[in-house]
Structure formats: structure tokens, C-alpha cells
Design a protein around this ligand. Structure first.
Ligand code: ADP
Ligand code: MG
Length: 720
């Protein structure tokens, strides 16, 4: 109740952004050491050398680095920066920074503002507390951060000090990737190399770099900070571990695309302004399905930059929410029984000269090329469905995937009726199809128009073609998009490699044979891998049965999915394209298993603590009230219906039993086998935790409101 008073008493200080007072040109990229700034501040030859490094991946020499560092430092100091930080992306999925001052003693009692090329290019954070899955312990505890020239440096403004931030890769001294960024860059290179071979077959030999592009849609919840602080579970685990669903749930659906509350709008405006300044092109915002849930989506960018920007976006949303007295929840399932949060990662690939390669195009030749790229994705997703499930596996995302929620844990592709029909026509129909053979001739016929309309999309599919890109919807709201992008880039590189090899051999370099051979190849791919295409309802039980018949994997939990990372196919895939070595891969498996265990371990401790110190005391107080009322009334000769007291008494007993049971599950002997430990958490501990919760939730419905120690769903979800 005190919390409610705090909420209603809150009035945000409005600081609206408008494009009249601050032209978009001044706002966008204002805090970024962008190409425009570089061009203006760097000597011409330095800028030319740096541009070649950024665009074509040429090696950066030391004198260039010194010149860039000096210009960067001057620019940053003008913007108020006192420190610089190498920003890196450890396997936790979060962002880490090591701050250093620009100030160096000059040896004569004074100090100089200094920043050399070497300091720009390489740093040495004491990152020994970051998970590395054993890579570093066997050698030495040092890791290096190395400037990622392709991702621009930026200024982070903070009332407590402003910092120049330099995006970096984090590697061990043996050159092994300890982070999420390095494999993204490697996978983009692999994709480029294979895509060039395909483009060459189609007569495009300009060599313009093909990059993967990504546009992540971020879902999140907002709750008032007063509630947030009153809930140890939200505060420490990011989700509610108890709480009965509100009487007014999302079945009303009036929140979706409804009016955005004022405070939330003010928060969104300020977030957008901050993001613009950082060069993050946010575009859409709206309410989501659940009450208190919202979404923000930037325009797509190159995958590596989109990944860095996604991390920055999450940080910015959380920070800005605090300013408006709210907490921004990125957890995949903060509230049971209420829609969870995902991160839809829109993915495609393209080059400066060829544009978007997932765009069907208008001519038969363009159509043919598109169909090949599309078939490559279908083949990759089918071959590596387990990998795609593994890269989105986490304790928190398990509450979405495979639980009764979008999307299912079975990876399938939604192509839409029109495109499915096109592939059916190419292969000459299925066994029971009425479509005659060769109805559509690749390179001759024009594709029918494919819909780009959101209304036509199947929202239950984990992986959907949406007109000119694919949308991977199984990614969790709290996850880095790096893993999913690495997987996408690499499996498609593998497919393009396969297709290029086949076509190069079959055509023997004769372009006139291309379309005919392509038709054969597409037929083969759709026959072998078409089982992954599914346009129906992904939630239905019928699909689960059907998917099993089709031989598709249904990896329900993280413990089922993660071991895929050590399968022979996956090791070979990442090894072949030099994206992740076997050691790098196994270090990731260990890290993610450890994270899984840790996060559930935290939840268990919280559940026990809350059950013992909050729920149980509230329950016995109420039980006692009922009991003394009963005794008093009886003494006076009145009747008292003991139904509620009986319910309370049995619930209190059940609560005590469930607490004891949960505690007992933790008495498992220590083991070195991470997978066994994870499996125990999954199949033994989690169900026991669920039992405590279900009794606590029952108690919530009975115990007097003024005795209930936690803010309720009702209070938290309807943000004003
Ligand atoms: P939805 O209807 O799925 O909610 P949104 O408009 O919210 O769609 O988000 C679509 C996302 O897809 C945006 O981030 C957009 O920039 C991105 N997108 C569009 N084209 C591409 C592309 N070629 N590659 C990657 N992402 C793209
Ligand atoms: Mg979407």
C-alpha cells in the first residue's frame, strides 16, 4: 500500500525531445566518433588509411593509430570526457568496461592528457573474473582487449563523469576468443567469402563486401521502482518467483497498441534521444501484448554494429528507466502466466552494389539468385536446427521456449504460402500434390509478388521469412544477439559453400548452364530439407506430433539443447570456417552450463529465503488471527466457520513441507560433471521450487491483503 502511494505521488520532470529545437542532424550521432567526425578531424592520408581498414579490413599501422588516438582524445575531451574505456563483451552476455584516465604524470610534478595509438588499439583489463570456460586458467590469467575498428567509438555521458568508450574484442594471449564479439566478426568474414562465390556465378564480380545485417526488436517490461525494491526476487533474479496472476490479465488485450502512459512516454522519449546521440537508429515503439510490456526496434545495421548497439540499447533503457522511477525488466519471463519477452532478430545479408540479397527482386534472374540464397537458409536451418536452439538456450529463456508460449522449442521455418508454393512448383510438387512438374522454371518465370505485410505473418513460428529478411524469434529478451548471429552467419556460409561448389562443378564455368543446374539444386535442397518448412500453428499439439514424424528436434530445455555445441557436426562447422575452435566452443558450453546452474541456484536461495522470512510469517500471522478470532467467538458462545482456518492450516503445513523438500534437493553430492549438475537443477530442483511457489500463490489468495508482504502482480503490472 505504501508502494502504491509512492507510485501515485510520482510526477516525472518532462524533458521532451522535439525536432524543431534540436534538428535530427544535430542529435543523431552527436556522441559518436563517426566517419564524418574522422573526416573532419583527421589528416587526409590518415583518414584514407583508416577508411580502408574499416571498409576492407586492411591492417592498421602504428602511426595511423597514433594520429587517430590523438584526434579521438581531443574530440572526447571537448565533449567533457575525463576517462577512456575499452568496452568488451564477455560470455556473460553483458557489457564490461575498463576505465583509464586520460591524465598521466609528466614526471615534473604536473600531468598531461595522454592517449596513444597503443592505448587505443590494445588494453589489458583485469578480466580474470569473467567466465572463460577454462581457456585462460590453463595458460595465464591475462586477456587483451583489441580495438574493433569497424564499430565506432562513442561518448557515454553520465552525471558522475563522461567517458570515451572504445568497442573492443577480448582475446586470450594465445588469440582465443574470450568474448561474444570476435566470433561475430569471424562469422561475417566467412559469410562474405562464400557469398562472393555465389555472386560470381551470377556474374557479379565487383567484390563489394557482403555483410550480414540485423535489426533486433527488443521487448521489455516496466515496473515502478518501489515495487521492484520491495521484491527480492525481481531485484536479484530479474523475475518474480512467486505471485498469483492478476484478475485482469492480458486476455483483455487492450494494452496492445493502446495509448502509452505519460510517464512511460517520457521515458521512451528520453531513451530515444540518448540512443540517437549514440548513433542508434531507433525507429518503432509500442505497447506489447502483456500489460506493462513494451517494445523498441532500431533500423537494421551491419550485424557487428547492431550487436554492439543492442547491448548499448539495453543499458540505456535500464538507466533511463531509473530516472523515471521505474525498473526496466529484460528477463524473458518476469511474471508467470503473463506473456514473456523476446528479442526478434531480423537477419539478412547484402552488399553496397547488390543491395539486400534476401529481396526477391523483379526479374527472373534476380528471382533465381534470391531463391538460391533462400534455399541456402532453409538447408542451414534444417541441418543445424539443434545449434539454433542451443544458441538461444538459457535458464530464463526456457520459460518461453518449450513452455506454453511463443515460439515453440522446435525450430521450423515459416515461408508463407506464396513462397512455399514457389518451391513446391520448382520441385514439381510433393507426392500428393496437384502441382505438375516444372511449373516454374528458374531464370525464366517471374515470382509471384510475396507479401511483406505484417498481417500475413505467422506469429507462432520461431523462424520466419518476412518478405525480404528472416526473423529469428526464439532469441530471449535478455540475451546478446551475438550467438544467434554467429550461428546464422556460419550455417548460411556453410550452405552457400555447398551450393557454390555444386554449381561451379555442374556448370564448369558456363553461365548458360546456371539456371538449369540451379533448378536441379533447388529441387534437391527442398526435397532433403523441406521438412523444416512449416506454415501452420506452432503452438498446437498436432504440430508437436507432426514435427516428430518429420524428424525435427524438440529440445525442450537448456540441458537438452546445450550439448549440441559439442556434437561433431557443430565442431566441424565452426572449425571449417574458422569461427570457433574446438576449445573455444567447449569453453562456451562450460560457461553456459555454469550460468544455467548459477542462475537457478540464485533462484532457489531466493525462493527459500522469501518463503521462510516473508510468506511463512505472513501466513502464521493470519492463521493466528483466525485462530484467536475463533477462540474468542467460541468463548462468547458464537459460532465460527473454520473453513478458512482449515485452509490456512493445511496450506501452512504444505508450505513447510515444500520448503523442506526444496532444501533436500540441494543436498546432491558435489560433482564435476556440469551437465549432470544442470540436469539435476532442471529436473529435480526446478519442480521443487515450483511446488513452493504454487503454495505461496495459493496463500496469496487467502491471506489478508494488509498482511501480504509482497507487491502483487496486479499492483506491478498496471504501470501508470
Ligand atoms: P515487426 O512487424 O516484426 O514488429 P518491426 O518494424 O518492429 O517489425 O521491426 C522490423 C525490423 O526488421 C527492424 O529492425 C528493421 O530495420 C529490420 N529489417 C528490415 N530490413 C532488414 C534487413 N534487410 N536486414 C535485417 N533487418 C532488417
Ligand atoms: Mg517482429
Amino acid at each position: 500500500a505504501a508502494a502504491i502511494a509512492a507510485v501515485t505521488g510520482y510526477s516525472p520532470s518532462p524533458s521532451p525531445m522535439n525536432f524543431k529545437d534540436t534538428p535530427t542532424g544535430e542529435l543523431f550521432n552527436a556522441n559518436v566518433f563517426s566517419k564524418a567526425v574522422m573526416k573532419q578531424r583527421l589528416p587526409k592520408p590518415v583518414f584514407a588509411t583508416l577508411s580502408r581498414t574499416i571498409d576492407a579490413g586492411e591492417k592498421l599501422d602504428c602511426s595511423t593509430a597514433d594520429a587517430v588516438a590523438s584526434a579521438m582524445k581531443d574530440w572526447a575531451i571537448e565533449k567533457g570526457a575525463t576517462h577512456y574505456a575499452h568496452v568488451f563483451y564477455p560470455l556473460t552476455g553483458f557489457t564490461a568496461e575498463k576505465h583509464d584516465s586520460f591524465l598521466s604524470p609528466d614526471g615534473e610534478g604536473g600531468a598531461l592528457a595522454e592517449f596513444s595509438g597503443k592505448q587505443l588499439i590494445q588494453g589489458e583489463p583485469d578480466g580474470s573474473s569473467f567466465p572463460t570456460g577454462g581457456i585462460r586458467v590453463t595458460f595465464e590469467a591475462r586477456g587483451y582487449t583489441i580495438w574493433d575498428v569497424t564499430s565506432p567509438a562513442y561518448i557515454m555521458e553520465n552525471p558522475n563523469g563522461t567517458t570515451l568508450c572504445i568497442p573492443t574484442a577480448f582475446v586470450s594471449w594465445t588469440g582465443e576468443a574470450l568474448d561474444k564479439k570476435t566470433p561475430v566478426l569471424r562469422s561475417m568474414q566467412a559469410l562474405n567469402i562464400q557469398a562472393q562465390r555465389i555472386l560470381k556465378l551470377f556474374g557479379h564480380t565487383d567484390g563489394a563486401m557482403v555483410s550480414s545485417t540485423a535489426g533486433p526488436e527488443q521487448e521489455y517490461f516496466l515496473v515502478d521502482r518501489n515495487f521492484y525494491f520491495a521484491r527480492p526476487d525481481l531485484l536479484n533474479a530479474g523475475r518474480t518467483l512467486m505471485g498469483a496472476p492478476p484478475p485482469k490479465g492480458q486476455e483483455f488485450d487492450d494494452h496492445y497498441f493502446g495509448a502509452i502512459p505519460d510517464r512511460v512516454l517520457a521515458f521512451m522519449l528520453e531513451s530515444e534521444r540518448e540512443l540517437f546521440k549514440l548513433g542508434i537508429p531507433v525507429k518503432t515503439r509500442h505497447n506489447e501484448v502483456a500489460p506493462g510490456q513494451f517494445e523498441i526496434a532500431p533500423m537494421f545495421e551491419f550485424a557487428n554494429i547492431a550487436t554492439d548497439h543492442q547491448q548499448l540499447l539495453m543499458t540505456t533503457l535500464k538507466r533511463t528507466a531509473e530516472k523515471y522511477g521505474m525498473a526496466c525488466l529484460m528477463h524473458e519471463k518476469p511474471f508467470a502466466g503473463v506473456n514473456g519477452s523476446g528479442k526478434h532478430v531480423n537477419w539478412s545479408m547484402g552488399s553496397a552494389t547488390q543491395g539486400n540479397l534476401m529481396d526477391p527482386g523483379d526479374t527472373p534472374h534476380e528471382n533465381a539468385q534470391f531463391l538460391l540464397f533462400c534455399a541456402a537458409v532453409i538447408r542451414g536451418v534444417h541441418k543445424f536446427q539443434g545449434l539454433l536452439r542451443a544458441v538461444v538456450a538459457s535458464a530464463s529463456n526456457d520459460h518461453r521456449l518449450g513452455a506454453n508460449e511463443a515460439p515453440p522449442a522446435i525450430i521450423s521455418i515459416f515461408l508463407g504460402d506464396q513462397l512455399t508454393d514457389v518451391f513446391e512448383q520448382i520441385k514439381g510438387g510433393g507426392a500428393n500434390s496437384s502441382i505438375p512438374k516444372g511449373t516454374l522454371t528458374v531464370g525464366v518465370d517471374v515470382l509471384p509478388p510475396l507479401p511483406k505485410d505484417a498481417g500475413d505473418r505467422n506469429r507462432t513460428s520461431p523462424f520466419a521469412f518476412t518478405g525480404n529478411r528472416f526473423e529469428f524469434r526464439a532469441v530471449g529478451s535478455n540475451q546478446s544477439i551475438a550467438g544467434p548471429l554467429v550461428a546464422m552467419n556460419t550455417i548460411v556460409a556453410d550452405s552457400l559453400d555447398y551450393c557454390a561448389t555444386r554449381l561451379e562443378e555442374a556448370t564448369g564455368g558456363d553461365p548458360s548452364k546456371l539456371h538449369g543446374e540451379l533448378q536441379k539444386l533447388l529441387t534437391e535442397i527442398i526435397n532433403e530439407h523441406g521438412a523444416v518448412v512449416f506454415n501452420g500453428d506452432g503452438y498446437s499439439d498436432a504440430w508437436h506430433e507432426e514435427a516428430e514424424k518429420r524428424g525435427l528436434l524438440n529440445l525442450k530445455t537448456t540441458t537438452d539443447a546445450l550439448p549440441v555445441l559439442q556434437s561433431e557436426e557443430v565442431k566441424e562447422l565452426f572449425g571449417k570456417y574458422a569461427v570457433l575452435s574446438e576449445r573455444e566452443l567447449s569453453s562456451r558450453l562450460d560457461t553456459y552450463l555454469e550460468q544455467y546452474c548459477n542462475s537457478i541456484s540464485v533462484e532457489v536461495k531466493l525462493t527459500l529465503e522469501m518463503a521462510r522470512t516473508m510468506i511463512f510469517p505472513a501466513a502464521i500471522r493470519y492463521q493466528n488471527e483466525l485462530a484467536s478470532t475463533c477462540a474468542n467467538l467460541k468463548m462468547l458462545g458464537y459460532e465460527f466457520d473454520t473453513d478458512t482456518l482449515d485452509t490456512m492450516t493445511s496450506l501452512v503445513k504444505a508450505l513447510q513441507d515444500s520448503i523442506a523438500e526444496l532444501e533436500a534437493t540441494l543436498e546432491e553430492p558435489e560433482t564435476d560433471d556440469l551437465l549432470a549438475e544442470a540436469s539435476n537443477y532442471c529436473h529435480v530442483v526446478l519442480p521443487a521450487m515450483g511446488k513452493v511457489r504454487s503454495i505461496a500463490d495459493k496463500l496469496e489468495a487467502v491471506v489478508a491483503d494488509d498482511l501480504w508482504p509482497l507487491p502483487t502482480y496486479q499492483e506491478m503490472l498496471f504501470i501508470k
